[in-house]
Design a protein around this ligand. Structure first.
Ligand code: NAP
Length: 442
């Protein structure tokens, strides 16, 4: 089909793969920067948009979750379409997209956890924190049966913001989470949790922790849990450190100075301990730790060991991206190699897939803007090359995308569910079938 029969006044068609913040900020940047009429299709594997904002941001972080309201405004722009239920690499590939569009921008983020590389890591009960986050955020791919909440003690390895989110959700009461959008099935399991002690493990000192001060402080405000920090593990010389690090260390030292108050749960924040083995017969029964120190900037063990009797180990040691079929990928950096967002002719990348899993959600806005500057400079003055109608291509493969209107039906069903349960503004539907039923697609 010729470009003219695709809608004569459109001179630039761009496909964005992934509808998380990076994808939607890319759509917005295209709208802002392009000086020619354009159409942007945002392709998404799931029936729901917003990626990490929906399935990664902690349910009790409502101000961060409100970014969804901003992203919604972009999806509602007249030249932007949401095409859900379309899986890149299965339903549509690189060659197809380059036939249908003038340019493609990959924005699939970082979807899997990093590994620790220690024995016992594959025992049942050793799980990725990212999977746990996905579960309590109602991700349709994540069944809840792998999470052990009937053990009195659990460990979370890593001291980044994801670890802080996970320990906070584990430590809160169901009442504290009731007004959030966690699926009812998740809330019921968290309400029945028998977890009493949560150990958060940092392999270096408090001055090296990756969490941010605001997030750390929230741990001291939990209604249901005492925070314990050992004075000897929180000692650090921060006289020349940044304000952020000094703040973290001050908060940790203030917790080290105060005693336990008898709250039902306890959060033990540990430093200078690294996991060396997960122990258990057929499932996680304990986590063996070794005390550490730094030698020439490297973490080394001191030969002093400690074993925690935990029934679950949540690995919160960072995310990483996964390669996309037919798209270049560097195993060294676990990102798509690019120059200011350019991957190959007419192929671009933005977000965590471009630069790795770092920064806050807003960081993706400037990142997307850079990619779009590169894209528009590359394509300036070129004739449109889109040859095939994507709708016809998908239809010929029996695929009928989930539209933005379908998504609004899912949202409405979530609001109705919240009212019927007398809980907050929205309660997420759990499972793909429930979502498809809500939008009349099943
Ligand atoms: P992160 O900030 O990179 O933290 C990873 C943690 O895992 C570090 O403490 C790291 O220690 C530790 N670690 C790595 N390998 C390890 C190993 N083999 N054994 C023991 N510990 C290990 O990653 P993240 O927490 O997944 O967060 C990802 C991004 O999302 C960050 O930019 C974060 O700020 C952002 N985020 C933000 C929020 C928020 O703003 N509220 C919430 C969640 C996530 P070393 O430093 O020693 O390597």
């Amino acid at each position: 089909m010729s470009a003219s029969t695709l809608g004569g006044d459109v001179s630039l068609r761009v496909a964005i793969v992934g509808s998380g913040p990076a994808g939607i900020y890319t759509a917005e940047a295209l709208r802002k920067q392009a000086t020619v009429p354009l159409r942007v299709d945002v392709l998404e594997r799931l029936p729901t948009p917003y990626g990490l904002v929906r399935y990664g941001v902690a349910p009790d972080h409502t101000s961060i979750k409100s970014i969804a309201g901003y992203l919604r405004g972009v999806l509602e722009l007249p030249d932007v379409r949401f095409l859900g239920g379309v899986e890149f690499g299965k339903d549509i590939g690189v060659t197809d997209l380059l036939d249908c569009y003038d340019a493609v921008v990959y924005c699939t983020g970082a979807m899997v956890d990093r590994r620790m590389g220690i024995p016992g890591e594959d025992l049942p009960g050793s799980v990725a924190a990212t999977d746990f986050v996905n579960w309590y955020c109602g991700h349709p791919d994540m069944p809840g049966d792998r999470f052990v909440l009937d053990s009195p003690e659990v460990a979370v390895v890593g001291v980044g913001n994801v670890a802080v989110d996970v320990v906070r959700v584990l430590a809160k009461t169901a009442d504290e989470l009731r007004a959030t959008d966690v699926p009812q099935e998740v809330l019921d399991r968290l309400a029945a949790s028998e977890v009493k002690a949560i150990h958060m493990i940092g392999r270096r000192g408090p001055e090296h922790a990756k969490f941010t001060l605001k997030e750390l402080r929230e741990l001291g405000e939990l209604a249901n849990a005492d925070v314990r920090v050992r004075p000897e593990e929180s000692a650090a010389d921060v006289s020349t450190a940044s304000r952020q690090i000094r703040g973290n260390v001050e908060v940790l030292q203030s917790w080290a100075a105060r005693g336990l108050t008898g709250r039902p749960r306890r959060l033990d924040v540990r430093f200078w301990m690294r996991p060396v083995e997960i122990l258990g017969e057929g499932r996680v029964e304990a986590l063996k730790l070794e005390r550490t120190r730094l030698l020439d900037g490297r973490v080394v063990g001191t030969g002093e060991f400690e074993t925690l009797p935990v029934g679950m180990v949540l690995r919160s040691v960072g995310y990483q991206s996964v390669p996309l079929p037919g798209v270049p990928f560097s195993e060294a950096t676990m990102t798509v190699p690019n120059e200011a967002g350019r991957v190959r002719d007419r192929e671009y990348v933005a977000g965590w897939l471009k630069r790795g899993p770092s920064g806050v959600i807003g960081t993706n806005k400037s990142d997307a803007a850079e990619t779009v500057r590169t894209l528009l400079a590359d394509l300036a003055g070129r004739d449109p090359v889109h040859r095939t109608d994507p709708d016809e291509l998908l239809a010929s493969r029996g695929i009928s995308p989930i539209t933005y209107e379908h998504w609004l039906d899912i949202e409405a069903a979530e609001a109705t569910l919240a009212r019927s349960l007398d809980r907050g503004e929205r309660v997420k539907l759990l499972g793909l079938a429930a979502m498809l039923t809500a939008c009349g697609r099943q």
